[in-house]
Write a new protein. Sequence first.
Length: 317
Amino acid sequence: MKTILQTAALLALTATGSWASEDIADKYPGSLLYNKPVEFIPGVFSAIGATAPPTYENAGHNNNLSFIVTGEGVVVINGGAAYGLAKALHEEIKQVTDQQVKLVFNENGQGHAVLGNSYWAEQGVPIVAHEDAAHEVEKFGGSILEGMKRYNKEQAEGTEIQLPTETFSDEYIVEMGDFRIEARNLGPAHSPGDIVIWLPEQSLVIAGDMAFHERMLPIFPDTATADWIETWETAFEPLEATYVIPGHGHPTNMDQVRRYTHDYLVYLREKVGAHLDAGGGLAEAYYVDQSPYKGLDTFEELATKNAGRVFEQMEFE
């Protein structure tokens, strides 16, 4: 019988873009969670969200909600996209352990990371985020909440904007039980205030939106792709993590997330750069060849948008 670590290694080696599908229905109908949490390595669990956009059917659970059972308490990574989702995750935690939730991290300032904060605050749990993520919630939280209510309807009940109770700029280190937990801002990446949770003794990184592999990464208007590549090469890659739990999709390894994050960003910038060098305009830039990545979920929703935004960035670099 395979050990948990052997199974984890097998998952890491075999995970590909074909694992996930936007057409797969809710896989845990007894809960608002899209998936029941699974123990990836001893003490580290993740409820893997849908790789589709947030919908009523997945209750906004389209990112990974992780937690660490340390022996002296539980640390949760991501508040979740709604009060009810956070509560559903807590119910799963209670089935695993009687240890109390001691801390919640928000991986960035996006809705699926922060809208469940109101539940955790109600439980008296401290909520930690990067200062830039907290600023995003303060500035845009109202519109983020209204957007979630539109698709989530009655499943949004109880959700209110709750700012992080603690913030940091570079790193926030927790020694708890059997784990050293290092929350780090490695530099500019996908969105303001992105952090990773690095477990050095386990060689595991909960990467958040630093790393993608089963769904196409989205490039936002404020996503600086050149800076993301630099952060990857100078700060993320040097972690040399054995295991990676990305922000979206199944746990995997560095080779996979490098291929579909760093290498995709480099590829797209090269394609758009060649288009610019040839005198091409924005209208044609949307359709530069991205066929090597067409197997990723959300390709149809994001590929042309990504190309257009990279063009707009590179036009003035």
